[in-house]
Design a protein around this ligand. Structure first.
Ligand code: ADP
Ligand code: ZN
Length: 725
């Protein structure tokens, strides 16, 4: 009898042994169904010597039920799952779940129904029906998609279907994606760009692990450069993964990709419908020469998909913190991308104008190869940067824009050029209070203020999503008309611009307003076509966008990100402001950046104003070295939480009593986390700081392993944390 070890998708049981029935064939990586009590559980066949389990006697083993019709997960992918689980102290089956990210994909081929015009005419042709029919010319999609295209309800279309004007078509869900053509439209690269592209092409051909840091100023053509090795991988019949930090950036990328390769890439992100998910998943699991996906562009979760033959990974805007996942498996996609490239023996490109300090350090120590693009494409100059000292040049009372910034805005409007105002705060005001009694609106589930969103007339918690209507009277003292908004958000800045420049066409660009690919696409279209004069936006508009007429960038509050004790606050501020500054003057006209601050002398602000990136990074590196912070030392956060304050506190204190005492490791805490209440759970936090040489994960898992926690207590481990709340 043959014994098979299974990594099951049952979180509590994890690893189980089964017997292999006669006639069934499996290999490591096979995805199978197995019996579990009266039910069934999915699992992945694993090498027994890599995965410890309680040895069950042969006689007690139950037979596997079925092998699912998908290719076995490759050895490099299995190693990645093991590494990720080990490194981030996460259960292996939670990581494996990210691989098997589409239940539908495991079911084998299937069909679905789409609709299209049949060529017939309806009995009664209303203007609405006529418009719908015109809009649907040449389209074929699901009813819901057609309704969106035609801008009518599904009911209208069903009416047309009943009359035979629209007909159903049965299509395979997993139909092939249109192939990309590596030679569709090749740009002429500058000498600098050519050198970078050639080096990357060579690396793709070599088929070996090779990590690159592509360090190019904003507007230098990093995208054009990494398109070339992508084209080479496509020619070789291999697959490419491009990770982008934000869905809002995807539209822009898709557009450029299609211009270069003549067809869209395969997309992977959280808002795919389940049929799109399974189609993408199955295409990814297939080699391109058999009709599989060539290029996949996606959010961080695309990193764990079962690529049939990956040849290159690109991480664009690699410094972005949104590559860090802060729930479930708390991994950093930038780091995992490098590990995947290593297991797959392929090159990986981290592209950024403001690399993470960790990445620069890796380049410095020779582990990453650094490729530089020091100049903007087409002779465009980097913008001129100046600070506005808010303690000297004060905005008018109740306003947020200093006179010099107002004058600059007026000037651009008069010249027909675009301006961008950056404030990393959604909504109208971050805090609302009662003038009469001092009551402050707070989230009932979190220790956080409610943010006023005037556009949607709501008060919202940005941590848990709690929302209420903005009331007319104070809920505490009952006084009417006594609520005051404190501090600005983007909506308030937009109001101020509308007052100062009533004729300016305004757009607010945040995750609230650009919350779908369509809206993002529309915004890009309008901005590119000069239909917007002033953009007011959050970090969403700091990267990726290329608006040639944009010549002024105003940073409303450069000090905002420096508040709070975040280890990376300085670096993040530098990156955000340098990136948003990089939106200015990308076309033929020179750009200007005005940074409002109360601390023009702060190292990060001074470095920005003087364009002295090296000085900033050098100072920051020294500070980190001194503090034993990454990349020189390591941090881990452990959060103990419960719905009951006392339970959380006691569990944290008890854990604190058994803390490890070691030379090269310090355990700080427990202390109430800065967000001491989040989504109705009370939180206590430990911070562990260790030397690089310490086996941090092993020490933490051993320490926590000695503890029994009450069922209501949750323990989260965050290795290399980015969020310190
Ligand atoms: P980055 O990502 O480095 O900020 P982009 O790749 O967005 O820069 O390039 C900036 C702009 O310059 C884009 O509009 C891009 O199409 C254009 N560009 C860059 N290199 C070339 C080239 N070799 N030929 C034509 N256009 C280019
Ligand atoms: Zn909340």
């Amino acid at each position: 009898m043959k014994r098979v070890r299974l990594l099951t998708f049952n979180a509590a049981l994890g690893v189980l042994d089964y017997s292999l029935p006669k006639g069934m064939q499996v290999e490591p990586g096979s995805v199978v169904m197995a019996p579990l009590g009266p039910r069934q559980v999915m699992g992945i066949v694993w090498e027994a010597d890599r995965l410890p389990a309680n040895e069950v006697p042969d006689a007690k083993l139950r037979p596997l039920l079925e092998v699912l019709p998908v290719a076995p997960l490759s050895a490099p992918l299995r190693r990645l799952v093991e590494w990720t689980a080990d490194y981030y102290c996460a259960p292996m089956n939670a990581v494996a779940r990210m691989v098997i990210a589409s239940g539908g994909a495991l079911k084998g081929p299937a069909t679905m129904t789409e609709y299209r015009l049949s060529g017939g005419t309806p009995e009664r042709l209303t203007p609405q029906r006529l418009a719908a029919i015109e809009a649907l010319e040449g389209e074929q999609a699901t009813m819901r998609e057609l309704a969106a295209i035609a801008g009518v309800s599904e009911g209208v279309l069903r009416g047309l279907a009943n009359q035979g004007v629209i007909e159903p078509v049965t299509v395979a869900i997993d139909r092939r994606f249109v192939p990309a053509n590596p030679d569709f439209e090749q740009p002429e690269l500058t000498d600098d760009q050519r050198a970078v592209a050639d080096r990357l092409i060579e690396a793709v051909r070599t088929r070996q692990f090779a990590p690159f840091l592509l360090d190019g100023v904003t507007g230098s053509g990093k995208t054009e450069c990494y398109f070339e090795p992508m084209a080479e991988a496509i020619r070789m019949g291999r697959q490419v993964l491009v990770l982008l930090p934000e869905i809002a950036l995807t539209e822009n990328f898709l557009f450029r990709f299609e211009q270069r390769f003549g067809a869209p890439p395969v997309q992977w992100h959280s808002s795919l419908k389940s049929t799109e998910r399974r189609r993408a998943w199955r295409a990814i699991a297939q080699r391109p020469d058999q009709g599989g996906a060539q290029v996949v562009v996606g959010a961080r979760s695309a990193l764990f998909l079962p690529y049939a033959d990956l040849g290159l990974i690109v991480v664009d805007e690699a410094h972005e913190v949104s590559f860090k996942q802060d729930d479930g498996v708390r991994y950093n996609a930038r780091d995992v991308a490098v590990m995947r490239a290593r297991f797959e023996a392929i090159p990986v490109v981290l592209a950024s104008a403001t690399p993470a300090l960790e990445s620069l350090q890796m380049a410095e120590s020779g582990i990453y190869e650094k490729l530089d693009l020091p100049a903007r494409f087409g002779g465009a100059q980097l913008p001129h940067i100046d600070t506005i000292d808010l303690t000297q040049e004060k905005p008018e009372r109740g306003r947020w824009l200093a006179p010099r910034l107002v004058a600059a805005l007026e000037d651009r409007l008069a010249r027909g050029e675009q301006s961008l105002l950056f404030l990393n705060r959604r909504g109208f005001a971050p805090l609302t209070l009662c003038r009469n009694c001092g009551y402050r609106f707070q989230c009932p589930n979190c220790s956080a203020w409610l943010v006023e969103h005037r556009l949607s007339q709501r008060l919202a918690c940005h941590h848990c999503g709690h929302e209420t209507r903005a009331p007319d009277v104070c809920p505490e003292c009952g006084e009417p008309d006594c609520l005051v908004a404190c501090g600005p958000g983007v909506e308030r800045i937009a109001d101020e611009v509308a007052e100062i420049l009533p004729e300016a066409r305004l757009a607010i660009a945040t995750s609230d307003t650009l919350n779908s690919p369509e809206r993002a696409a529309q915004f890009i279209h309008e901005a590119e076509n000069g239909a917007i004069d002033v953009i007011v936006g959050t970090q969403l508009v700091t990267k990726g966008f290329h608006f040639p007429e944009l010549t002024l960038v105003g940073v409303i509050d450069a000090d905002l990100g420096l508040e709070g004790g975040d280890l990376r606050a300085g670096e993040r501020t530098y990156q955000q402001i340098a990136q948003v500054a990089g939106r200015a003057g990308r076309g033929s006209k020179p750009g200007e950046v005005l940074i409002q601050t109360r601390h023009p002398e702060a190292a990060v602000i001074a470095a920005l104003a003087h364009g002295n990136r090296d000085a900033f990074y050098a100072a920051e590196t020294e500070a980190r070295r001194h503090a034993g912070a990454p990349p020189f030392g390591r941090w881990a956060a452990i959060i103990i939480s419960s719905e009951h304050e006392a339970e959380a506190r006691q569990a944290a204190n008890r854990l604190g009593d058994t803390r490890p005492h070691l030379d090269d490791l310090v355990v700080l805490g427990p202390a109430p986390a800065p967000l001491s209440l989040l989504r109705g759970r009370y939180r206590y936090r430990f911070l562990v700081n260790a030397r690089r040489s310490v086996e941090l994960q092993k020490i933490i898992t051993t320490w926590l392993g000695t503890q029994q926690f009450a069922p209501g207590v949750r323990v989260n481990i965050d290795i290399d944390p980015y969020s310190f709340v």
